[in-house]
Design a protein around this ligand. Structure first.
Ligand SMILES: NC(=O)c1ccc[n+]([C@@H]2O[C@H](COP(=O)([O-])OP(=O)(O)OC[C@H]3O[C@@H](n4cnc5c(N)ncnc54)[C@H](O)[C@@H]3O)[C@@H](O)[C@H]2O)c1
Length: 420
């Protein structure tokens, strides 16, 4: 009989309920028994999906934390809630699946590390890409010596024009005062991957970048501040109609779809419901008339203690949202291209070998299969079948790199040692 772990979730939004609860139940190794969310609609949705006893559903985190409710706690609230809640969870004796970023504050990250040393328990940070099969394949090739000594990693994070508009101009991660700067919110997976592949701590980080486009001065003079009132509603590539309705139609009008399910909490989705939702919420705003301050492009250079160098470019101005990673070694290179859906191994003086993702992945859904693979790895770790790689210490290392990158960007690219 497969052991089943009981799970409580705090933060039943897109990640907590739609991604983790779904994948946990899919693996048949977890049962959702308790939920906490500030929004009643999300509690109702959780009850409906997982038949949770109403006595185990909470609207208030203080009530929720009065007792330990399950074996495992998923923390999928917003960035600035994570550490406070994770410390309470460790005190109560939970093993924790913690959404990234841990926190936009360096002091909070270090406070969590101290609490973890004090209370014990597992804290697994959701750096899902480490578990995505294509990245695991790259790690396997590098570890086998296929490209010799790793010299440099060149990473391109193509956020995608509609994704940057949704999440980082109109949405939850638009303002660094409310959530996190872009380098943490979007690129903390990349920072994590770079140090994971480099197998070293960063010694020097420098970064440049800016918010160049999504600001008032670039709004056409005759455009309206709300898309549904704007003459460019059907032609502007960033309009709410084109982002939420046209893309949903192109996908075959599914009952639920990300990010339409964030914009419109009613389901099944219809054109009328989507338009009505964004008319009345933040997602219907003109991209040039929002309260956003996070960058729309940023380039970061990193020197690791072992001499490996890395460059990460994050760009909002791309048609697709996908990453391209190039690993340059002394006797070969690897190109991992999410857009072409293939990993190519190129030995110097030898035949290239192509690994199509279709041969590597179980599912392409959710960070190239990483969301599901993370949950499977969590199960293995709880049953002591494997040590998880995204333990707190190494995740904090990637956050220190991101803090250094942001500090450098604000000083016009001055090189910064993340450990000073
Ligand atoms: N691992 C990844 O790849 C990945 C991808 C996207 C987002 N994230 C992270 O996941 C987290 C959640 O993002 P999301 O997209 O699910 O956001 P969301 O807004 O859809 O969900 C957050 C939920 O937390 C609830 N909440 C907020 N404060 C609360 C509190 N004090 N007590 C109880 N509930 C509370 C909200 O009502 C909401 O339902 C964020 O930290 C985000 O940065 C990670």
């Amino acid at each position: 009989m497969k052991k089943v772990f009981s799970v409580a979730i705090i933060g039943c939004g897109s990640r907590g309920l739609d991604v983790y609860a779904f994948n946990m139940v899919e693996t048949k190794g977890f049962e959702i028994v308790s939920v906490c969310d500030k929004r009643e609609t999300r509690i109702e949705r959780a009850k409906e999906l997982y038949s949770i006893n109403p006595d185990n559903c909470f609207l208030d985190e203080n009530e929720f934390f009065k007792e330990k409710r399950a074996d495992v706690l998923v923390i999928a609230t917003q960035d600035r809630d994570h550490v406070r809640q994770c410390i309470k969870a460790l005190e109560k004796g939970y093993d924790v699946l913690l959404e990234k970023p841990i926190s936009p504050s360096k002091d909070e990250c270090l406070a969590l590390l101290a609490a973890h040393k004090k209370y014990g328990g597992k804290v697994i940070v959701c750096h899902v890409l480490r578990y995505a099969p294509a990245y695991k394949k790259a790690a396997e090739l590098i570890d086998s010596g296929a490209i010799g000594k790793l010299i440099d990693i060149n990473a391109l994070e193509q956020v995608g024009y509609w994704h940057i508009a949704h999440s980082f101009v109109r949405g939850n991660w638009r303002n660094s005062e409310e959530t996190s700067p872009m380098i943490l919110a979007k690129c903390c997976h990349d920072m994590d991957l770079l140090q994971y592949f480099a197998k070293s701590k960063a010694k020097s980080v420098s970064s440049i970048g800016d918010l160049s486009y999504f600001k008032k001065e670039n709004q056409p003079k005759d455009a309206a501040d709300k898309c549904d009132e704007c003459k460019y509603d059907k032609t502007c590539p960033y309009s709410a109609y084109r982002t939420y309705v046209e893309r949903w139609k192109e996908a075959g009008m599914p009952d639920t779809m990300w990010p339409q399910n964030v914009v419109c909490l009613e389901h099944p989705l219809t054109e009328e419901k989507i338009i009505n939702a964004y008319k009345h919420n933040k997602y219907g705003r003109c991209v040039f008339a929002c309260d956003n301050n996070v960058v729309d492009h940023q380039t970061t250079n990193i020197l690791f203690e072992n001499g490996v160098t890395a460059n990460l470019t994050m760009l909002g101005f791309t048609q697709t949202n996908s990453r391209i990673y190039r690993f340059h070694g002394s006797i070969g290179e690897i190109v991992l291209d999410e857009e072409r859906k293939e990993l190519v191994y190129k030995p110097f003086g030898g035949q290239s070998e192509i690994f199509p993702f279709s041969k590597i992945l179980k599912t392409e859904v959710g960070h190239g299969g990483g969301d599901l693979a993370l949950i499977e790895a969590l199960y293995d770790s709880l049953t002591n079948q494997s040590g998880l790689s995204t333990v707190l210490e190494s995740s904090i290392e990637s956050h220190l790199m991101a803090f250094a990158a942001e500090a450098s960007r604000l000083k016009d690219g001055k090189a910064i040692n993340p450990h000073e």
